[in-house]
Design a protein around this ligand. Structure first.
Ligand code: FE2
Length: 206
């Protein structure tokens, strides 16, 4: 009986933040975190649970739901809420208090092999973030043996095109508008310099 409960994928649960809601201040304020985690991220989780209840997706893991609904117009609502649930959990872990700085050696070597320098990698992430028209995400991914920067629109994820995400930055306006208004570049550059969690990206290489 109790096993059934453990195995059930749904209802999906909003993960706690991996740090206090004021831990990223002043780059990202507790006010932004409160709305972003407590309203937006929670909203995606709640919507997903409503949408999958009683369907073939009810007992599937988040990852399975994403891969089974990707690219299917008639399942766009389920895909969007599942992918946004996953993306936000991955985003919170892509940041940390006192982040930025130097990546661990294995990751740094891979960055230098793919981009030349760490600065060139950061610049490509910032450029992609600015080039994403409207809402979306910028990612550092492993594509084959190479690291690449990719951007995705709305809820889209790199996994569905065979790329392994290492870290992400949310560039939906709700991620920065309260703190930076329309200054997306200032938000992205501050995140890259002060919050980005290279240790998390290095773990994802493995
Ligand atoms: Fe977001």
């Amino acid at each position: 009986m109790s096993n059934d409960k453990i195995k059930r994928a749904s209802p999906h649960v909003l993960p706690s933040l991996p740090y206090a809601d004021n831990a990223l201040d002043p780059v990202i304020s507790p006010n932004t975190i409160g709305f972003h985690h407590g309203k937006h991220h929670k909203g995606y989780v709640d919507n997903l649970n409503k949408l999958v209840a009683g369907t073939e997706f009810a007992d599937l893991s988040l990852e399975k739901i994403i891969t089974k609904t990707a690219g299917k117009d008639d399942q766009a609502a389920i895909f969007n809420n599942a992918a946004q649930t996953w993306n936000h959990t991955f985003y919170w872990r892509s940041l940390r208090p006192k982040g930025g700085g130097e990546p661990p050696a294995t990751l740094k070597q891979k960055i230098e092999a793919s981009f030349g320098t760490l600065d060139a990698c950061k610049k490509e992430l910032a450029t992609a973030a600015m080039a994403q028209f409207g809402s979306g995400w910028v990612w550092l991914v492993l594509d084959g043996d190479k690291l690449k920067v990719v951007k995705t629109g709305n809820a889209d994820v790199p996994m569905t095109t065979g790329k392994k995400p290492l870290l992400t930055i949310d560039v939906w306006e709700h991620a920065y508008y309260l703190d930076y208004q329309n200054r997306r570049a200032d938000y992205v550059n501050a995140v890259l310099d002060k919050l980005i969690n290279w240790d998390f990206a290095a773990e994802n290489l493995g």
